[in-house]
Write a protein that binds this ligand. Structure first.
Ligand SMILES: Nc1ncnc2c1ncn2[C@@H]1O[C@H](COP(=O)(O)OP(=O)(O)O)[C@@H](O)[C@H]1O
Ligand SMILES: [Mg+2]
Length: 299
């Protein structure tokens, strides 16, 4: 994987960071945007009529996301990353615990009250193709939230669509095309434009580059970093790929079987994760022996 070889962020070897951390740019934004307090989510599964058993998808997780940071959520498949993301956005309601967005308790909001907070936080999926209506052009797909949620009308809609497409690196002519006419990387740009159309402060990106070729992955990750800087966005990036997480995240949270085992600064996680499982996860790169980051051998 090229991201590992290229050492693209200039992370120092052996824990000495040569990285120009983005924290200096974020000094003014030290507040907590999103917080989970002792959040648990149980699902009933495996049969009807009371025969099922409970799956604890998220187990007593507490987490505070700071304004302007990129928080990476890693863990093996089934560890609860997506469920936690959906709980944080209140796409699911927690079984126990509470969720706070920009200081407000949103744990049990419904209907209009929930719709009012939704634009502030958006989710971007692995392949936005699945969330884009195949029969709507990109212009229609982006125009809909502009009209319905932001209340734009007339020429203002077209102007804003063109601006959003430009922001994510797509031409104005893209708006007349259907999702199937785009490549994977372009579709991820469309998905981002649609998410940004609601002017969110926080994006949860669930495996945003996992379906993409490596070179395209880097383009999308760089775009995400540029957008974050320009728009003062906060990111939660869910990924099973530690190269992606090392590339872009400020802090990393490790999930296992629904629990948040460890939260560490990125450099610390890469060089000396404190938990055995975090170490195992870090070392479980597919290319045995290849440096995770230039100059740093994988055990
Ligand atoms: N709607 C659901 N109903 C029942 N079980 C679910 C549901 N969503 C997730 N789960 C279970 O919760 C656990 C965590 O899943 P998920 O959050 O998708 O993990 P990850 O994103 O880390 O792969 C898994 O065991 C999964 O099967
Ligand atoms: Mg998932």
């Amino acid at each position: 994987m090229h991201l590992r070889r290229a050492n693209p962020v200039g992370v120092g070897v052996g824990g000495v960071s040569t990285l120009p951390t983005r924290s200096t740019e974020q000094e003014t934004a030290t507040g907590i945007v999103l917080e989970a307090r002792n959040v648990t989510k149980r699902f009933r599964s495996g049969g009807g009529f009371g025969k099922g058993h409970d799956v604890v998808a998220v187990d007593d997780v507490s987490l505070a996301i700071k304004a302007g940071e990129t928080f990476g959520l890693v863990g093996e498949s089934g560890s609860g990353k997506t469920t936690l993301g959906r709980l944080l956005l209140r796409l699911e309601e927690p079984t126990l615990g509470s969720i706070h967005f920009e200081g407000a308790d949103i744990t049990h909001l419904h209907g209009k009250a929930l719709r009012n907070v939704r634009p502030g936080m958006q989710m971007v999926f692995q392949d936005p193709f699945t969330s884009l209506n195949p029969s709507l052009t990109v212009g229609q797909a982006i125009g809909e939230p502009l009209r319905v949620v932001r209340g734009l009308c007339g020429a203002a809609v077209g102007t804003e669509i063109t601006r959003l497409l430009d922001v994510v690196g797509l031409s104005a002519s893209s708006q007349s095309r259907l999702p199937k006419e785009f490549s994977g990387g372009q579709r991820q740009r469309v998905g981002l434009a649609r998410a940004l159309s609601l002017r969110p402060r926080l994006l949860i990106l669930d495996e945003p580059t996992s379906a993409l070729d490596v070179s395209v992955q880097a383009q999308i990750l760089n775009l995400l970093r540029d957008l974050q800087r320009e728009m003062a966005l906060t990111y939660i990036l869910i990924s099973h790929d530690l190269a992606v997480v090392s590339y872009i995240c400020d802090r990393v949270g490790v999930m296992r079987r629904g629990q948040l085992l460890e939260v560490a600064k990125r450099d610390h996680f890469v060089t000396s994760p404190s938990h055995d499982y975090s170490r195992a996860l870090r070392d479980a790169v597919p290319e045995i022996g290849r440096p995770l980051i230039e100059g740093q051998a994988v055990a």
